[in-house]
Ligand binder design. Structure first.
Ligand code: PMV
Length: 333
């Protein structure tokens, strides 16, 4: 058995859309930051006497999640020549499936725990691929700080490479997450992406422009240029939602409080507070600030009607094993 922890990551340059040909290959590269204080912890135990995989999420059986979990584990079991089923217990300290990247932290933790429990010695490439097959954004949560997922056409079309760009210590930005709804999103990201790719008139230009956005964000991170990162991140976020809104039917992931948060964050930046926003496939707003500004930003977001809760986080490390594979349990003396 093994226990692993991973944190969600927030895309600053978003991915939206998949390549044809399966393998869950993203249509575009992306750039994200991994958080510290939101987490998924996953314990896995392979058991020869178990007839089927068992999956508990936050203490309750999750039949929908179970099939994705089993599909994620199958290639790892095959690689280890292991036929045993597994008991998987996973806990999130934040709302699941509400646009907070619980699938990224969840599958990064699951892959990391399974590799440790099976004592597998694998390349980063294999690990990244197993995470990506389960969720396109999950490989980014295997790494800490600022991470770029790059797409190459060699050695094969759609070859993905994960490149850590800077550590949390290199540029200790902070994040506030404003929760504006606790409902599970109505259209998941995979279905939303295919609807957008098939019907949005802006999809082709989105794909074409992505390398420029990535280049701009990468150089902003390298130069620690906050204003530049703010501009390209807000642009990528609004463009992704514009693209999805223009599909048939259009996808509306936001609510009124989401929009009010965006306006307030823009105002704060105009007043000189170093903060920008981003929003994924859900109604929650993430505000990213320079070190030292996040508590003030969080306090202001809490006053906005419809904001239920604001969590804050620094940037954090990638997925890691907490116990198992020779490591003691975290609660052991
Ligand atoms: O990880 P997926 O395949 O569920 O999709 C994530 C999509 C966004 O969060 C909206 C953007 C991104 O790059 O994370």
């Amino acid at each position: 058995m093994a226990i692993a922890q991973a944190q969600p990551n927030i895309a600053l340059v978003k991915y939206w859309g998949k390549r044809h040909g399966g393998m869950n290959l993203p249509a575009v590269g992306s750039l994200s930051v991994t958080l510290e204080s939101l987490w998924t912890q996953t314990e896995i135990e392979f058991d020869p006497d178990l007839p089927e995989d068992l999956f508990l999420l936050n203490g309750l059986p999750d039949p929908v999640g179970l099939s994705r979990v089993s599909r994620c584990l199958d290639p790892i079991r095959e690689r280890a020549s292991c036929t045993h089923k597994a008991r998987i217990r996973s806990r999130n300290n934040f709302p699941t499936s509400a646009g907070l990247a619980s699938s990224a932290s969840g599958f990064a933790a699951l892959v990391t725990a399974a590799i440790a429990a099976l004592n597998l010695d694998v390349s980063d490439e294999e690990k990244n691929q197993w995470a990506r097959w389960a969720s396109g954004s999950a490989p980014r949560s295997l790494y800490g700080g600022f991470v770029e997922l790059r797409l190459h056409d060699t050695p094969a079309p759609g070859h993905t490479e994960l490149v850590p760009l800077a550590t949390p210590a290199d540029w200790p930005l902070e994040v506030a997450v404003a929760i504006t709804s606790l409902s599970t999103k109505s259209v998941g990201s995979t279905a939303g992406m295919s609807q957008t790719a098939n019907t949005s008139p802006f999809y082709e230009s989105w794909i074409r422009a992505q390398p420029l956005d990535l280049e701009e964000a990468r150089t902003a991170v390298q130069a620690r240029d906050f204003e530049k990162l703010a501009r390209v991140s807000e642009h990528s976020c609004l463009k992704m939602h514009g693209l999805a809104l223009a599909g048939k039917p259009g996808l509306i992931y936001w609510n009124g409080a989401t929009v009010n948060c965006l306006a307030v964050i823009r105002d704060l930046r105009a007043q000189g507070i170093p903060v920008f926003f981003t929003v994924d496939a859900g109604p929650q707003v993430k505000a990213v600030s320079e070190p030292g500004a996040i508590q003030q930003v969080a306090g202001i977001l809490r006053q906005i009607p419809g904001v239920l809760e604001v969590m804050t986080s620094r940037l954090g490390p990638g997925a890691r094993v907490l116990s198992g594979a020779g490591k003691p349990h975290p609660s052991d003396p």
